[in-house]
Design a protein. Structure first.
Length: 92
């Protein structure tokens, strides 16, 4: 996880995008990319373009991981914490 996170941040920083990647801008970008992902499933009777699904999922993950990094959070830790809460909320 750390390796890919470093690659994302390095890519962004080399292009001078760090100043624009505020938590608010990243949250908006996550929603925009998620909407683009949803477009693949807009029409129930059509098959989604798997290549586009992968690209849009990657965009959502990239923006999410950039936000995690900028907020100083540990992605594995916050996922595990949420899974624990979900297990309590939705027991077997």
């Amino acid at each position: 996880m750390n390796k890919i996170l470093e690659e994302i941040i390095e890519f962004r920083n080399k292009r001078g995008w760090k100043d624009h990647d505020t938590p608010q801008a990243l949250a908006k970008s996550i929603i925009i990319e998620a909407a683009e992902l949803l477009e693949n499933y807009q029409w129930e009777d059509s098959e989604p373009d798997l290549e586009n699904v992968k690209e849009e999922l990657a965009d959502v993950l990239i923006y999410s991981l950039a936000m995690v990094s900028d907020l100083g959070l540990d992605p594995e830790k916050i996922i595990r914490e949420k899974l624990i809460k979900n297990k309590i909320k939705y027991p077997d």
